[in-house]
Design a protein around this ligand. Structure first.
Ligand code: SAM
Length: 330
């Protein structure tokens, strides 16, 4: 599936719910979001139909996200059914880990073996604060359950907020020294109303890299300057089993290699996280569209993909998109 700029679009992020059991300050507005009703979101069968059609067109990889995917009932059964899609090579999951203790084994048995767990602080109080009520112990129990179930790799994603958690980078690096996790630092993006125009929150990851290098030896992987793993620049931590990655959507965007589309919980296909144009697949499915019509709509979404987003760390007076991250699916 080639877009207008010759990028091969073969990766779909699917938000299966807009609901979440956490309310991270940078992701959801304080007053909450107006949640969609059951009838307003895609049924699991509809998601599977869309994915199957996209796979026929060249999709190979799906990541399930939300909201928090594990709060939607029947997740493991859905994952197992999705796994049966002929030609789909990879399904992974992004979760906050709170419910993983309960579900890790079932999800692994369903055939999902790669997992990203979001964890922005290793300090209980700070974790509670940033998530507006989350308990760090639950996440650690979830991570342990994921290890026990056999997930590999386990990636830990930390969104960096200047003055809040950037002082924890060495603690995170220490975790990669002890455990075979890939710890990834992600630059905060000014998505929608929640954190647009707050330049004081932003810290480019190259500053974290410099700090970590003062205390740890980071070795570029595979003898290259760095190995790219999706958009992450990944390094091995010398002396430990883990890796550290940096994801720089703002300071060093990776739009030229972006291969993804996003499907929102309410069935809109979105070509770029930071652009509002969407194609309404749920409406088409409700009209009982045939496969050719569905394929044409997917193709239309791909052609909407812009050459690049317009975030810029030097100019934070940004065009915001209308939907919040928790609404689009991170
Ligand atoms: N609930 C799941 C989780 O916590 O991983 C999946 C959904 S969450 C929206 C996916 C990821 O998006 C999380 O790692 C979260 O930290 C990240 N995220 C949310 N808002 C962001 C922002 N403004 N900038 C960068 N990352 C963001």
């Amino acid at each position: 599936m080639l877009d207008k700029y010759d990028r091969d679009i073969n990766y779909l992020r699917v938000s299966i719910t807009d609901r979440c059991n956490l309310h991270c300050t940078y992701c959801r507005p304080k007053e909450g979001i107006s949640l969609k009703g059951h009838d307003d979101i895609l049924r699991y069968e509809e998601i599977i139909r869309i994915v199957s059609q996209a796979v026929k067109m060249g999709l190979v990889k799906v990541r399930l996200t939300g909201g928090e995917p594990l709060v939607r009932r029947g997740f493991a059964e859905f994952a197992a059914a999705l796994k049966q899609t002929q030609g789909l090579q990879d399904i992974s999951l992004t979760t906050n880990g709170i419910l993983l203790d309960q579900y890790a084994e079932d999800i692994f048995k369903a055939g999902i073996t790669r997992i990203n767990i979001s964890l922005d602080s290793l300090d209980k109080d700070k974790y509670f604060q940033i998530t507006r009520g989350g308990h760090l112990d639950d996440v650690f129990r979830g991570i342990a359950a994921a290890e026990k179930a056999g997930f590999s790799p386990i990636k830990i994603n930390a969104v960096v907020i200047k003055g809040f958690n950037d002082d924890e980078v060495l603690d995170f690096a220490q975790l990669a020294l002890k455990k075979p996790f890939q710890i990834r630092f992600i630059e905060i993006m000014p998505v929608s109303s929640v954190n647009a125009n707050q330049p004081e929150d932003f810290m480019p990851t190259n500053q974290l890299f410099d700090r970590i290098c003062k205390h740890f030896k980071l070795e570029p992987l595979a003898g290259k300057k760095n190995k790219t793993d999706g958009p992450a620049k990944i390094y091995k931590v010398k002396g430990g089993p883990g890796e550290i990655g940096f994801i720089n959507p703002v300071s060093d965007h990776f739009c030229s290699t972006c291969n993804r589309l996003r499907l929102t919980a309410d069935g809109k296909l979105r070509a770029c996280l930071l652009k509002d144009e969407e194609i309404d697949l749920r409406a088409a499915l409700s009209r009982h569209c045939n496969d050719d019509e569905l394929a044409a709509l997917i193709q239309q979404a791909i052609l909407l993909k812009p050459e690049k987003h317009d975030l810029d760390c030097t100019d934070r007076h940004l065009k915001k998109c209308h939907r919040d991250m928790s609404d689009i699916g991170g």
